[in-house]
Design a binder for this molecule. Structure first.
Ligand code: SF4
Ligand code: SF4
Length: 360
């Protein structure tokens, strides 16, 4: 199973849509690494994902865990301190997810001046130092983002193997209420950008014989091709848990301050006893595309009272559109596989849950 380990709640950036994450104490790890080891030893194949705040602010703790606990390692970082990881540890990572929102202009606007250039320098450096795992550009998409231009930009950076994105929560919260009409207009333009991206994605397959690493498209297409049903794709509360600094376990790494999300503790629970303790409810389970979407996000599903009027419907418009556009190109993709232009194996991603939620 997959475990986010929150190494600290502190962050060195103050991104416009985040503001530094959870402020509730404790901010730093209170449990012993031996307690974490003992908890994870009951899982035969743990995937450990370092998370924060910014996990690389506690690089010594991270290295200590990597030295102590056998498992596969992933990190989700803002990329600023990637140059501080020695080659020996870089090579132990299966995947590195770097938060970057698109072009220099967009990334620096959201994250601070100079962040984009620092990330680009650091991802080149970690490749030179021998990191040959999966490097994922992980975008947050606030209202107003040109999704087509920014995904294309990141997909063109050779160091990144994959691009993934998540639509920002804040535009759907009641507290962030701006003009309803502006949100509706942006969703229309986002959906139109998704249509253009799908068109480009399939054209690239034809031209190059490779499937561009667009994570939401690959994950959904994999299900459409195989016919396999999917549960909540991020896995929160199913096979994906977050260890908070005080040792309590949250179903999701973002909703750590919400009661519904707290399902146990590394001191009192075995990993397998946590499965299915927090699940999505209506309107998802009656939804006609539940088996493809999986419910998108446990946090939003369980916090519907915090959403703006029609907030859930607005989010679902984006999911429905993405699934519809991919369904439309299934015959074309099947034909490309049948004629040997692309391999069906290219859709076998991710190999294991690597922290990409698949549904944006
Ligand atoms: S499309 Fe919306 S209602 Fe349907 S499963 Fe996904 S999140 Fe739930
Ligand atoms: S998609 Fe939602 S439930 Fe899943 S990890 Fe992200 S915030 Fe948590």
């Amino acid at each position: 199973m997959h475990y986010h380990i929150i190494l600290t709640k502190e962050c060195n950036l103050n991104c416009s849509y985040c503001g530094g994450g959870s402020d509730t104490p404790p901010k730093e790890i209170q449990y012993k690494i031996s307690d974490l080891k003992s908890f994870l030893s009951k899982d035969k194949a743990p995937v450990v994902e370092f998370y924060g705040g910014e996990p690389l602010l506690r690089i010594e703790t991270m290295k200590n865990i990597m030295d102590t606990i056998p498992g596969r390692f992933v990190i989700q970082t803002n990329g600023i301190f990637l140059d501080k990881i020695e080659s020996e540890y870089l090579k132990k990572f299966n995947s590195i997810l770097v938060s970057i929102d698109g072009s220099k202009e967009v990334t620096d606007f959201n994250r601070s001046n100079g962040v984009y250039d620092k990330i680009i320098r650091n991802i080149k450096l970690i490749r030179e130092r021998g990191f040959c795992g999966d490097l994922v550009a992980r975008m947050t998409v606030p209202q107003g983002t040109d999704i087509y231009a920014n995904v294309r930009h990141l997909a063109g950076i050779e160091e990144f193997g994959h691009v993934h994105w998540q639509i920002g929560f804040e535009m759907f919260w009641e507290s962030g209420l701006d003009d309803d009409k502006e949100l509706e207009e942006w969703i229309q333009s986002y959906n139109s950008g998704i249509s253009s991206l799908v068109e480009w994605w399939v054209r690239e397959m034809e031209l190059t014989g490779c499937v561009p690493g667009i994570v939401p498209f690959i994950g959904v297409m994999r299900s459409l091709l195989s016919g396999k049903q999917s549960r909540l794709r991020c896995g929160s509360g199913i096979d994906f848990f977050s260890v908070m600094p005080d040792g309590r376990i949250s179903a999701c790494p973002v909703s750590i301050d919400f009661d519904f999300s707290i399902i146990g503790s590394i001191l009192n629970n075995d990993p397998h006893s946590l499965c299915n303790k927090a699940c999505v409810g209506e309107p998802c389970i009656s939804c006609d595309i539940f088996n493809i979407c999986g419910g998108r996000c446990l946090f939003v599903n369980r916090s519907q009272d915090m959403l703006r009027r029609n907030g859930y419907e607005q989010i679902c418009l984006t999911v429905r559109h993405l699934v519809h556009e991919l369904e439309e190109v299934v015959p074309h993709v099947r034909e490309l596989i049948r004629s040997g232009i692309i391999s069906a194996n290219e859709f076998e991603y991710p190999e294991f849950n690597n922290g990409c939620e698949i549904i944006p």
